[in-house]
Design a binder for this molecule. Structure first.
Ligand code: APR
Length: 248
């Protein structure tokens, strides 16, 4: 991005009232949490079918729990990076602001973002299969004793439980998707940060924002399935690119 484009973008940011950020695994990459489809990403080393589908959980819940607890440990040990922190500052800057994240880590929350919807659930939460309530873990779960007859249970009622995340083949939570779609449709500036757009084509947020006249800014070192929608593409890692948008 050349100097005049950066200046134009900074001006657009200054005059925006309703700002949206659609984030993916790439925004947490510099915090040490692996992405899914990059070279060396999680789906290069693990089979989706064995880990993140209802059928996998039915077939071998212990394997699914152990993998999710491993990922949960990475998230617990990770720290929000400059991109998460910049978005958290933006939350207090704009009259209307929303982060729509596909990420299941809690780095946006820990950076201080308040106005946010999580499309794919939360690796820090356990969903009770008996009565549907959700418990949040406050320390990393221990997977060393997990086995077919020793599975994590609901901390509240002791019933059968599962990670509170959306697996392939499952429906997204209705409210977060509806809130995100409604907000994106009416925003005047939408950032696409660190997502390949590989899942559901990015859920249509950028398309509807563009139809509504929003400026679309993609922050990703690589092209993605959503690049065609970007008015401005910043081919940099998010932790470097985001703070630069707010330096005088
Ligand atoms: N800064 C910005 N973008 C980055 C960075 C970085 N430092 N590092 C990598 N990226 C980009 C990659 O170029 C890629 O386009 O982040 C994107 C990560 O893409 P994916 O691994 O496909 O992750 P994501 O788009 O979030 O996947 C969506 O797929 O497997 C499911 O549920 C999972 O939520 C996930 C969903």
């Amino acid at each position: 991005m050349d100097g005049s484009t950066l200046a134009r973008l900074k001006d657009r940011i200054k005059n925006s009232k309703r700002v949206c950020a659609f984030t993916g695994a790439g925004i947490s990459a510099e915090s040490g949490i692996p992405t899914f489809r990059d070279a060396g990403g999680l789906w290069e080393n693990y089979n989706v079918e064995d880990l993140v589908t209802p059928e996998a959980f039915e077939r071998d819940p212990a394997v699914v729990w152990r993998w999710h607890i491993w990922l949960q440990g990475l998230a617990f040990n990770a720290q929000p990076n400059a991109a998460h922190k910049t978005l958290a500052n933006m939350d207090s800057l704009f009259p209307e602001f929303l982060v729509i994240t596909q990420n299941i880590d809690d780095l946006h929350e820990r950076a201080g973002t308040r106005r946010m919807v999580k499309l794919h659930g939360d690796i820090m939460e356990i969903l009770c299969l008996e009565d549907g309530h959700v418990c949040r873990v406050t320390s990393p779960m221990d997977s060393s004793n997990i086995g077919p007859d020793a599975l994590p249970t609901c901390p509240k009622c002791g019933g059968a439980a599962r990670p509170n995340v959306v697996w392939f083949g499952e429906m997204l939570p209705v409210e977060p998707l509806a809130e995100g779609s409604e907000f994106a449709r009416r925003c005047d500036l939408l950032f696409i940060i660190g997502t390949s757009g590989a899942v559901s084509g990015g859920y249509g947020f950028a398309e509807s924002a563009k139809r509504g006249g929003a400026c679309i800014v993609e922050i990703n070192p690589e092209e993605s399935a959503l690049t065609y929608l970007a008015d401005i593409s910043i081919r940099k890692p998010a932790a470097a690119a985001m703070p630069e948008l707010f330096t005088p």
